[in-house]
Design a binder for this molecule. Structure first.
Ligand code: PMP
Length: 362
């Protein structure tokens, strides 16, 4: 068996040691004679798996007192609805920053549940830079300000974090860059992320919510969409996605023990991204449109000088063991997603393939 380098945007690469451990524990978890998939979610064994995962996540992100950590389903796309449903119950206007395709989807869903105000938009910069904090204009009675920390398709990173008055909860879709570097959770009201990039397999969704926001839901909010219901039931109001939760826990252990925490992860991710952007910038053959200060550390879109070579690039890359470099169908070109579990050696292999391809076809 040879594992190849996987640059998929999601579901994305998982750490090899995590997959090996899951394999070793598959038939008989820690001598209990059954797999995690076959356990009651209310058994002491699974309760321990779930609580350990939460504790490790809290430690990694240094989640302060006064926040709930929720393990949910429905993906980040369900959070697009859950945010307005849970935060507009006392009225007010939903404020959003538009940065690209994912922000736009969150905005569209917000409009279904209340008044939406676009407080700032990266469209003014052709989606190549995010607005400055001075360019964010909140509405009166802003119930929250939502932004997307990393546009997975555009490759646009939100930095620095928007500055807002503390009375306005900051809500962030961190699906594609959570756990990629240290984070100051205390600045946020709600953080959410689908798992299938930096957390674990698809099927589980993480939300971190400040306690004082749990009571702002609209009365018609379905039970299974209320943060409060998840908070009061330790994310087990119904049957949670147990195996995805367990695997996410293994990823958190890997981050803590093999990588050494988010400081170390952040430094490694910076190094990987800098190498890839340098390869793009040093060539006349490859281009990335994003202004350097706002380039994603996780998703690196790039185009070839001649898009008639795209198919050839992808076929040769696959032959070289470099998988899933095709850009999102809405934008074309290439995209290398270099999440936490994509090793530096994968980036090195991609850079040398790109240089070689340019020599032969450029
Ligand atoms: N937000 C962002 C930033 C994403 O990258 C994605 C998925 N690629 C989503 C939301 C939607 O996530 P899901 O598929 O988990 O609903």
């Amino acid at each position: 068996m040879t594992r190849k380098y996987n640059f998929c945007a999601g579901p994305a690469a998982l750490p090899e040691s995590v997959l090996q451990r899951a394999r070793d524990e598959m038939l008989d978890w820690q001598g209990k004679g059954l797999s995690v998939m076959e356990m009651s979610h209310r058994s002491p064994e699974f309760t321990d798996i779930a609580r350990t995962a939460e504790a490790d996540l809290r430690e990694l992100l240094q989640v302060p007192e006064g926040y709930k950590v929720l393990f949910m389903q429905g993906g980040a796309s369900s959070q697009f609805a859950m945010v307005p449903l849970n935060l507009l119950g006392q009225g007010g206007t939903a404020n959003y920053i538009h940065t690209g395709i994912w922000a736009k989807k969150a905005i569209a869903e917000g409009r279904r549940y209340g008044d939406v105000h676009i407080a700032a938009s990266a469209e003014d910069n052709g989606l190549t830079a995010v607005p400055l904090s001075s360019e964010i204009h909140l509405s009166d009675h802003a119930a929250y300000l939502h932004f997307t920390s990393n546009e997975t398709i555009g490759g646009l990173r939100y930095a620095p974090t928007p500055e807002v008055p503390t009375s306005v909860p900051l809500v962030c879709d961190m699906s594609s860059d959570i756990l990629s570097a240290p984070l100051d959770v205390s600045r946020y009201g709600v953080i959410y992320a689908g798992a299938q990039k930096n957390i674990g397999p698809a099927g589980i969704t993480l939300a971190i919510i400040r306690d004082d926001l749990l009571d702002r839901f609209k009365p018609e909010t379905p039970t299974m969409m209320q943060y409060k219901v998840f908070a009061e039931n330790d994310s087990m109001y119904n049957t949670p996605p147990t195996f995805a939760w367990y695997l996410s826990g293994l990823v958190f252990k890997w981050l803590k023990e093999d990588i050494g925490g988010l400081e170390a992860m952040g430094a490694l991710n910076q190094r990987k991204a800098l190498k890839l952007y340098a390869a793009i910038d040093d060539s006349d053959f490859y281009t990335n449109p994003i202004q350097p200060a706002y380039r994603s550390i996780m998703n690196v879109p790039f185009r070839l000088a001649d898009d008639r070579l795209d198919q050839c690039f992808l076929a040769e890359a696959e032959e070289a063991g470099l998988l899933n470099l095709k850009g999102h169908r809405s934008v074309g070109g290439m995209r290398a997603s270099i999440y936490n579990a994509v090793p530096e050696a994968a980036v090195d292999a991609l850079v040398s393939f790109m240089n070689d391809f340019e020599r032969r076809h450029g």
